[in-house]
Design a binder for this molecule. Sequence first.
Ligand SMILES: *[C@@H]1O[C@H](CO)[C@@H](O)[C@H](O)[C@H]1NC(C)=O
Ligand SMILES: *[C@@H]1O[C@H](CO)[C@@H](O)[C@H](O)[C@H]1NC(C)=O
Ligand SMILES: *[C@@H]1O[C@H](CO)[C@@H](O)[C@H](O)[C@H]1NC(C)=O
Length: 231
Amino acid sequence: MGKSIGLALILFLSSPLCFLLSMAQAPIPAHYDGFAYGGASPWERSVLVEAFLDPMCSDSRDSWSPLMQTLEHYSPHMSLIVHPFPLPYHENAFVACRALHIANMLNASTTFPLLEFFFEHQERWSNKATQGTSKASIIDDITNLGSIIIGNSSISAFKSGFADSRTDSAARVSFRYGCSRGVAGAPYFFVNGFVVPGGGSPVNYSQWRKIIDPLLSDASENQGSSILYFE
Ligand SMILES: *[C@@H]1O[C@H](CO)[C@@H](O)[C@H](O)[C@H]1NC(C)=O
Ligand SMILES: *[C@@H]1O[C@H](CO)[C@@H](O)[C@H](O)[C@H]1NC(C)=O
Ligand SMILES: *[C@@H]1O[C@H](CO)[C@@H](O)[C@H](O)[C@H]1NC(C)=O
């Protein structure tokens, strides 16, 4: 009996429900999470794609190029917000996500180049390659190499960004926000707030066309009916 209550407690403590309950107490951040691609307001376009990406995840990496191709195709009718989502089993993912927040604070134009840089050099910071390496050395390595993107003059600001608790909370907010939307892997995509089925796997260009084409033709042809719907 006592054993089963203990087991039930353990199950509860490790359950998503417990996680959601603990999230309910998390403070609301001052800004919406994520990085808007291209700088323009993402809310004014017809189609908003939100991508939850782990900079250390190969499926996230593989989804990037078709996503960029899609964005280019639909521009200016599509916008993109990337939410960094560090998977707990990629040991350096949280540091990489934090680096993205630091880059975004130092010079927002370097955020996406840094994300692409992480995608290109993932192997260097894989669990296997960094086994036994201290977190401090990994941060050092990431800031030294990342300065190619951030600019050599910002290297000390980049390094001290890791001592700034705001960048830690920003990366935590990103993770919590993903959890609150049911993200359980990477990449995960949402279109106009609705999840794209098959989360955790890359979406290729022809799949994107199949998802977005009907939305845009609806917007142009059926504007009347959507107004009726809201009456
Ligand atoms: C910000 O980064 C962009 C892209 O690397 C660069 O062109 C620009 O000069 C940088 N701005 C500042 C203020 O450093
Ligand atoms: C930054 O420094 C590295 C190594 O010293 C060098 O290879 C790179 O060209 C420099 N980048 C810039 C933008 O100055
Ligand atoms: C895109 O993905 C779908 C579903 O996995 C697959 O059937 C299709 O062959 C892929 N297309 C290309 C061009 O890779």
